[in-house]
Design a binder for this molecule. Structure first.
Ligand SMILES: Nc1ncnc2c1ncn2[C@@H]1O[C@H](COP(=O)(O)OP(=O)(O)OP(=O)(O)O)[C@@H](O)[C@H]1O
Ligand SMILES: [Mg+2]
Length: 439
């Protein structure tokens, strides 16, 4: 997953995981917020209606009672007749202004409806306190009475509800995240498996556990891997069969050539037959190495093993020297390892004229044997390809450097067969390094 897809805006995330998360979370949060707001508005309206309704009823009753009471008893009743959002006061009250708006006008209307038809009434708002109102009226006996209203806020929901809302949002985030992860993770696993796919090596198959779609994809992937491995094996088998079957006619041709009269033509024929023979043998060697070679593991003394390889080359006049060496032993398949190193050294001698062999023991106990040269090296983008069968950098099959292009492919197969790995890299200052790591 990367940001290669052109996006319409900066806020639009580049990964599928973030996009899914954003869409799901935004959708759920908006839907949830909408229902919460509708609930809030609905409750607010009904709470307000109840508040105004009680104001009207209670006020009408309270003023009727006060009107009936003898003037000297009224003061005792005032407290009992007051409510949370209004108080009754004997006397003319405070001076106010008549202009009112919004909620004040609504409350004034209710007061008028409650008492206006029985007593002359004047409702005013009190300057300085925007919410406070006073209704001035005169009771039947002529004494003034003031209704002092301070509307309390209408809070239709419990105070703890916003906290619940926050907790629910957090839960939404966690669940959405979890769901997205569930959906995306198999995709990542599949991509990693495809990245690491190497049908030559028998790695563990992709796990086929999980939801049915994921299991299906994993099964399909494993089947594809097996098919590729099968095709590769078939390719090797064809090569082995052709190489094998060519041996007999080549031998026959060589016998016939040997029996023919001496002539320059005969020498050329024998030389060509020699080359064909080498090709066929390389083909057989490659096919063998692909089948993991049946050699047994044994313990070797590293120093004498490397030295003996170098001596063999020196005996035939090749410039092969051993530089770093470690003492000690290693358990490996000696013939396979010898073949890997010979292929590296052959290349170094062929392309650079000389080879150096160095041995190191790494921290994890791995032994790394490197064949170094100061030749032309291999362009960086061809390093991988150089290990493919029949790959040759220079296409002219010249006599000096002509080869089959199987040396490194065989080395790679054998490295896997001995439980190790090989790597090519260009050296600083020029030249190639071919290293094999054994565990
Ligand atoms: N040390 C090196 N320096 C430069 N190029 C190299 C070196 N080793 C390998 N190569 C390049 O990689 C190619 C593949 O090497 P590989 O050993 O597989 O085949 P080959 O040497 O051409 O043939 P074979 O080994 O089968 O006789 C070579 O043809 C060459 O172009
Ligand atoms: Mg070679």
């Amino acid at each position: 997953m990367n940001a290669s897809v052109p996006c319409s805006g900066k806020w639009w995330p580049s990964t599928l995981r973030d996009r899914l998360f954003l869409i799901l979370f935004a959708g759920l949060a908006i839907a949830y917020g909408l229902s919460f707001s509708i609930l809030f508005i609905e409750r607010y309206m009904s709470a307000k209606a109840v508040m105004l309704g009680t104001l009207e009823n209670d006020l009408a009753t309270s003023i009727a009672i006060l009107d009936r009471l003898p003037a000297n008893e009224r003061a005792d009743w005032l407290n009992r007749l007051s409510r949370g959002n209004y108080r009754l006061v004997l006397g003319p009250g405070l001076a106010g202004v008549p202009d009112m708006s919004g909620r004040a006008a609504e409350i004034a209307g209710k007061i008028e409806e409650a008492v206006g038809h029985r007593f002359p009434l004047r409702v005013e708002s009190i300057p300085g306190d925007s919410r406070r109102l006073q209704g001035h009226l005169t009771l039947s006996d002529g004494s003034p009475l003031t209704i002092d209203v301070t509307p309390t806020g209408v809070m239709p929901i419990a105070e703890w509800l916003p906290y619940v809302f926050a907790v629910q949002m957090a839960l939404l985030v966690i669940c959405t995240w979890f769901a997205v992860r569930q959906a995306i993770r198999p995709l990542g696993d599949l991509a990693a498996a495809a990245d690491a796919l190497d049908p030559n090596k028998k790695g563990p198959p992709l796990s086929e556990a999980g939801p049915s779609e994921v299991a299906h994809a994993a099964r399909a992937f494993n089947a594809m891997r097996d098919r590729i491995a099968h095709y590769l094996e078939e390719r090797v088998q064809i090569l082995a069969a052709i190489s094998h079957d060519l041996q007999t006619p080549i031998t026959r041709m060589r016998l016939r050539a040997d029996m023919a009269d001496d002539s320059p033509e005969r020498d050329k024929l024998v030389h060509d037959l020699g080359e064909i023979e080498r090709l066929v043998q390389d083909g057989i060697a490659y096919a063998r190495s692909a089948h993991g070679n049946g050699e047994k593991v044994s313990r070797i003394d590293l120093a004498s093993f490397i030295d003996s390889i170098a001596y063999d080359y020196q005996d035939t006049g090749k410039l092969v020297t051993v530089v770093g060496l470690v003492r000690g032993t290693a358990s490996t398949k000696p013939h396979a390892l010898r073949r890997i190193l010979s292929n590296f050294i052959d290349n170094a001698v062929k392309f650079a004229g000389a080879a150096e062999v160095s041995v190191e023991r790494r921290r994890e106990g791995n032994i790394v044997i490197t064949v170094l040269d100061r030749g032309p090296g291999i362009p960086e983008d061809m390093l991988e390809a150089a290990m493919q069968p029949f790959f040759r950098l220079e296409q002219s099959r010249n006599r000096e450097t002509g080869g089959t292009g199987l040396g490194l492919a065989i080395a790679q197969q054998l490295a896997a067969a001995i439980g190790g790995s090989m790597r090519l890299y260009n050296r600083a200052g020029g030249g190639l390094a071919a290293e094999v790591t054994i565990r």
